[in-house]
Design a protein around this ligand. Structure first.
Ligand SMILES: [Mg+2]
Length: 139
């Protein structure tokens, strides 16, 4: 590779392939993609508020309404993602609770348990991962 730009070009999926992917996407896949983009952009908007508070010395109170608006926007896209996955936020909360109580067995945060991530160990593989015959895991 001559330049970094050439590397980027070589590693980028060709546009005609991406367009083909969109044409073949199911409605739920389009909704899921929409939700993922929305979650990311709304999280960025929330982070912008945090920047103003943390680095520009503005108060949380003066941004309270905007924070609520951005949290609402995040909930909107979270609901859309859950609908695309044929699930709901209550199921996701229950699954997340199980994961966190596996990670933090005392029910309280500890740096040691955060580092160990017991819920990610091979004894408790992520259900989204499939184990190959050689013992390795693939998503
Ligand atoms: Mg917003």
């Amino acid at each position: 590779m001559e330049s970094y730009r050439e590397l980027v070009d070589a590693l980028t999926v060709p546009v005609y392939e991406v367009r083909g992917n969109f044409k073949n996407m199911a409605a739920t896949e389009v909704d899921f993609l929409h939700a993922c983009v929305g979650l990311s952009t709304e999280a960025g908007e929330l982070l912008d508020v945090a920047k103003k508070i943390l680095f520009y010395g503005q108060s949380m109170d003066e941004h309270r309404e905007n924070i609520r608006e951005e949290l609402g926007d995040l909930i909107f896209y979270l609901e859309l993602a859950c609908a695309a996955m044929s699930t709901d936020t209550d199921s996701m909360k229950a699954k997340n609770k199980t994961k966190l109580l596996t990670r933090y067995s005392s029910g309280r945060f500890s740096k040691q348990e955060a580092k160990c991530r017991l819920d990610k160990s091979l004894d408790a593989p992520d259900p989204a991962m499939v184990q190959d015959s050689d013992g390795s895991f693939e998503i």
